[in-house]
Design a protein around this ligand. Structure first.
Ligand code: ADP
Length: 494
């Protein structure tokens, strides 16, 4: 039996799983690490701590599996995207903590760039709607604000990396300075048309090219781990950002296939094939992966508040002992009883793009109870997903016949059934909902021949449950119409 070790470095925890050649998870280990919020809007991680949690998780995962390290044929890496580390080439020490994707500290830099260059110029080249979220502003922030760093960068003494790059550099004992195309496409300095670092953007942003890693196919020879890590040299042969890895893990290999992850927020990605469609409505165009020299693109849309609204009714309103109980409570009533919930805690994303909107419940009567309100919260995830999916369908000009789901809230059968009713398409939940880590394992294993082609990988993904639309188109639209009215009403209240 051959095994692939998959490293999934997330925003709140580091996770490592060992996958066998049947695509089954043999063992897993996980460790949380600290979040730092030194000032309002700042979110930082300690890159050294991140690496240590990865090392410990690798060791624990291998120990738990009872297999020989020599049976591991490859390592795959997937990671929280956009998070930025800059370190000293000679000492290996970061010059500043990792600036996490959520951190807003580069807001002003982005505003300045947009005023100078125009948002459309940046969007057309990178597929990204300029935002503090992406790495470029974070790199610039470190160069401008950390003493002595700018000069060192000019002298070629520093290196930049997203978390995949940082981990490969550390795992290889400083031998690998590389990233894959999917991670590069989240930096806002990568041209997704010619698949190279964009010289014009680098010049405009004043980012020295000597900082940047080489960009490789998602399935390729990145290099070997240092023997100090696991006792032998192990090849790293698959790398992708977390959402792209999940799209791969869900085996969305053909244009039109969509995955939606229901976590804190929702992330929907659609495979759009080999041509990058640039959205007019705020969806992002991103590189899904590059395999054997062939690039696949994806459209990406996100919902800011999804599972976190369930946490909110659990913790702030005290309606539920656990998020899991939301299904039972919501199922205790026949329908939402006319109650709608708009979770605009931080404004509204696609297709509304309204930063000032705030959340609200609508349609309350004296008979409304916590079951109705809970149901309305669950339904709001399905409506928001429909909002994003409709946009995607329109922009990509591809019909959607099925969505593949994962993430914590995808375990909720009531929600998934309502989702199928809202989308009027199949909602397919796999047996293994660890799509992200599995995706990285698939990429790595594909490159070293554990699986010979995409067809073989496709066969490894087993359905847990497929939800079919159970409500007429008309009835589904009635619910959706009320949702749209609720969104309008909520935007009116400012
Ligand atoms: P993340 O990776 O963003 O932390 P997860 O995929 O672990 O998220 O999912 C956790 C989120 O899903 C939480 O916000 C939680 O409230 C929600 N959640 C978990 N289980 C359920 C459930 N059975 N029904 C509804 N929501 C759930």
């Amino acid at each position: 039996m051959k095994y692939v070790l998959s490293i999934d470095q997330g925003t709140t925890s580091s996770r490592v799983i060992l996958v066998d050649q049947h695509g089954k998870v043999v063992s897993s280990a996980q460790q949380e690490f600290q979040q730092h919020f030194p000032q309002p809007g700042y979110v930082l991680h300690d890159p050294i701590e991140i690496f240590e949690t990865i090392l410990q998780s690798i060791n624990n995962c291998i120990k738990l599996s009872n297999i020989q390290v020599a049976d591991i044929v490859s390592i795959g890496i997937t990671n929280q995207r956009e998070t930025t580390v800059i370190w000293d080439k000679a000492t290996g020490l970061p010059v500043y903590p990792a600036i996490v994707w959520q951190s807003r500290q580069s807001d002003e830099i982005i505003k300045k760039w947009c005023a100078q260059l125009g948002t459309s110029y940046i969007h057309q080249k990178t597929g990204l709607v300029p935002d503090a979220y992406f790495s470029a502003g974070k790199i610039s922030w470190i160069l401008e604000n950390v003493h002595g760093v700018s000069q060192k960068a000019q002298n070629g003494e520093l290196l930049f990396g997203t978390i995949d790059t940082w981990l490969m550099w550390k795992l290889s004992g400083g031998k690998i300075h590389a990233t894959d195309v999917s991670n590069a496409s989240r930096t806002m300095i990568f041209n997704i048309h010619n698949m190279c670092w964009d010289e014009e953007l680098l010049a405009a942003f004043n980012i020295p090219k000597s900082l940047l890693p080489i960009v490789q196919d998602s399935c390729s020879d990145f290099g070997f781990t240092d023997p100090q890590i696991c006792g032998i040299h192990l090849p790293i042969s698959g790398v992708a950002g977390d959402q792209q890895a999940a799209l791969f893990g869900q085996t969305c290999f053909n244009p039109g296939l969509v995955k939606n992850t229901y976590g804190t927020g929702c992330f929907m990605l659609m495979n759009i094939g080999d041509t990058p469609v640039i959205s007019n409505n705020g969806l992002l165009t991103t590189v899904a992966w590059k395999i054997n020299g062939k690039t696949t693109y994806a459209l990406e849309g996100s919902v800011f508040v999804a599972g976190s609204a369930v946490q909110w009714i659990r913790d702030q309103l005290g309606f539920l002992p656990t998020a899991f109980d939301s299904e039972k409570i919501a199922s205790s009533v026949d329908d939402n009883g006319g109650v709608y919930f708009v979770p605009a805690f931080v404004g509204l994303g696609a297709p509304y793009w309204d930063q000032e909107a705030r959340g609200a419940f609508f349609g309350l009567t004296r008979g409304s109870n916590k079951a109705h309100l809970t149901r309305a919260v669950l339904e709001s995830m399905a409506y928001q997903t429909r909002d994003v999916m409709q946009l995607m369908q329109q922009e990509a000009q591809l019909p959607i016949t099925e969505i593949r789901v994962d993430g914590g809230a995808a375990m909720n059968n009531l929600l998934m059934q309502f989702q199928a009713d809202q989308l009027q398409c199949k909602v397919n939940r796999p047996e293994n909902t660890e799509s992200t880590a599995i995706g990285a394992a698939f990429l790595a294993g594909l490159h070293v021949g554990v699986w010979k082609d995409l067809d073989e990988i496709r066969a490894l993904r087993l359905d847990d449950k497929v939800f079919y639309p159970n409500l007429s188109n008309h009835a589904s639209d009635e619910f959706y119409f009320r949702w749209k009215r609720a969104v309008e009403a909520c935007r009116f209240f400012k």
